[in-house]
Design a protein around this ligand. Structure first.
Ligand code: GCU
Length: 603
């Protein structure tokens, strides 16, 4: 039995519901000492006497009398754009990690019998939301959507919306205390309202099932339903008009023949307009139909072996730099991947904004999605586990109708311990429950033999992974590029082997002999040697080298070369291509033609 609607963290496909945007200029107050909670029951920084004049910020207190003393006012506070991280908008906040309170007013006329939801596509990291002084709740997790029903909180005239975002890294957060990326804080993605009828389609999952031929399974979860509500699925282009009926829990399922549907693939990214109805509610989606599975050492898309010509991507507009959040940002990043002749992108190391997935569906790019269980996590702390689980459920629910997504990754480079294995194992079983037909993986660490001549994957989680994946930096963090020619890989031959990261740093425009580190020649040398080594591995089925473009990182401190940038990009922040870009593209061009010839001859 699948989840009931109440288990669904947020509405499916809010993306295509009519929306009332709350993007724009919001007043903000920087609050490193949590003054905004000074007299709040949950926060007493020290045992100081109560000051009646100290008012919590979420009350949005306004002076009534000339003598009223209130030491904040959002309406005269400076403004910042939402969505947008505070790093690139406010110079003084470039290195700030703490709380910022943001405010805007809005007016909304809710029609009789309708329900109203407030949705954040993401805010990093801990977010408290208040409307007209009432708490709507707290969300933790910096890269996944969350929403609140505000039907009963709305009043006529201006409604005061106040949000506290705290991006402080803590031992029990996910990610934890150390990351090799910038901790951009703020309301980093779209904020909007959407309206539904009293009974609405809160979640659905519609896709082909491996081994079930052309039969698609559609499952529905209603919120506010009486038993027997009729559900409809219409695909006009296929002449499909199917029905189902909800049970007492608001759940319904039905099978639909998709024999006439053109399968979605990178070559033919066919999307169908699907119209879902549930009583008064209706929502349209664009869905591609395909199957993904592994068979022995092969990854099969629609029963055809594929090679994953990938690249890793951070969610960043390096030219500013700032967090990427818009459709235009997604187009820029994914077009660069297409220029590299990729058919696959690894969205590292956290769920990216939904525009990336919608565009990947349209452009025919396969996707690896990942939650930020990254490096040191407090694997024995239930708070950390709950946060990882919440982020995983959120991204799987948001994207499980996206044809482009084929891999859910539950970790990146995490130390092999009993508690970590248990932590990842529970996350994997959640993925299987929510979405049984995609590949589960994690970017594991390689093991090197004493004599450094044999690389292998000894991490027990490899047995839990459908795609055997690891990061390895031979020629950068250990050894020299030429060592690639003398090492061998000792792997399970009956699973697809995927390299989730290899790479090297180079400052764009720096040239010299290939032995000189930070030159483009050195980086190209690493790519040449790595690809030659990997191509010799019989079950090598793809890679997502690190990384598409240089990105901000507080860990990269070599002045004149890094300056808080990680320089492993194939592109400089201004878009200039480094030599290694062309090395990887030439490899992918050759691999693509090889696979095309093999699939033509296998017909
Ligand atoms: C690691 C990690 C990346 C990091 C990269 C690097 O593999 O997964 O997040 O940026 O190495 O060191 O550049």
């Amino acid at each position: 039995m699948s989840d009931s609607f109440s288990d669904t963290p947020h509405a499916q496909n809010a993306y295509y519901r009519p929306r009332f945007s709350l993007n724009g200029a919001w007043g903000y107050i920087v609050d490193p000492y949590e003054t905004g909670y000074r007299n709040h029951r949950d926060w007493r920084p020290f045992d100081e006497a109560f000051h009646p004049s100290d008012r919590t910020f979420f009350e949005d207190a306004r002076p009534v009398n000339a003598w009223d003393r209130i030491e904040y006012d959002f309406r005269v506070a400076p403004k910042m754009q939402v969505p947008g991280d505070w790093f690139h908008q406010v110079e003084e906040l470039r290195y700030y990690e703490g709380s910022v309170w943001l405010h805007r007013d809005f007016e909304y006329e809710l029609r009789e019998g309708k329900r109203l939801f407030l949705r954040f596509e993401a805010a990093n990291y801990e977010t408290d939301v208040y409307i007209n002084g009432e708490s709507l709740g707290r969300h933790t997790g910096g890269f996944d959507p969350f929403e609140f029903e505000i039907t009963r909180f709305l009043h006529g005239g201006a409604n005061s919306l106040i949000v506290r975002v705290n991006n402080r890294r803590e031992k029990n957060t996910v990610p934890g205390m150390a990351t090799d990326w910038w901790n951009y804080g703020g309301i980093t993605r779209d904020v909007y309202l959407f309206e539904t009828p009293a009974c609405y389609l809160r979640d659905y999952h519609f896709q082909l099932q491996p081994g079930k031929g052309d039969i698609g399974l559609a499952e529905f979860w209603l919120d506010g339903a009486e038993e027997g509500v009729e559900l409809g699925i219409e695909i006009p282009a296929l002449g499909i008009d199917a029905k189902a009926f909800a049970d007492e829990n608001g759940y319904a399922r039905t099978e639909v023949s998709l024999s006439k549907a053109q399968r979605w693939s990178p070559e033919t990214p066919k999307l169908y307009e699907v119209r879902f109805t549930a009583g008064e509610d209706q929502v349209q989606d664009l869905i591609g139909f395909r199957t993904i599975e592994t068979r022995g050492a092969d990854v099969l898309l629609n029963d055809e072996p594929i090679f994953l010509r990938g690249i890793s991507i951070h969610e960043e507009v390096a030219s500013v730099p700032r967090r990427a959040h818009s459709r235009a940002d997604a187009q820029t990043l994914l077009k660069q991947a297409v220029e590299l002749n990729c058919n696959f992108v690894r969205l590292a190391h956290y769920p990216h904004n939904e525009h990336m997935l919608r565009l990947a569906d349209e452009m025919g790019l396969l996707v690896w999605e990942e939650i930020p269980v990254y490096w040191g996590i407090d694997y024995e702390n239930p708070v950390a586990y709950e946060s990882a689980l919440s982020q995983l459920r959120s991204v799987v629910h948001r994207d499980r109708n996206r044809a482009s997504v084929i891999v859910w990754s539950v970790a990146n480079e995490t130390p092999v311990t009993e508690s970590r294995l248990a932590f990842l194992g529970k996350l994997k079983s959640t993925v299987r429950k929510l979405d049984s037909h995609r590949l589960v993986s994690a970017a594991l660490d390689r093991t090197q033999s004493e004599d450094k001549r044999v690389l292998s994957l000894q991490d027990p989680f490899v047995h839990e992974s459908d795609l055997m994946s690891c990061n390895q930096y031979l020629g950068w963090y250990y050894g020299m590029p030429d060592d690639c020619a003398v090492v061998s890989w000792d792997l399970d031959p009956d699973k697809p082997f995927f390299i989730s990261e290899f790479g090297a740093g180079a400052l764009a425009g720096r040239h010299g002999p290939k032995e000189e580190v930070w030159t483009e020649e050195y980086q190209a040398w690493v790519y040449e040697q790595q690809l030659a080594m990997l191509e010799k591995v019989s079950n090598f089925r793809g890679c997502s080298p690190w990384i598409l473009q240089d990105f901000r990182s507080p860990r990269r401190n070599l002045s004149g070369v890094q300056d808080h940038w990680n320089r492993k990009g194939l592109l400089a922040p201004d878009g200039r291509k480094k030599k290694a870009f062309h090395v990887l593209k030439a490899f992918y061009d050759r691999i693509e033609s090889t696979y095309r010839k093999e699939s033509e001859t296998s017909v």
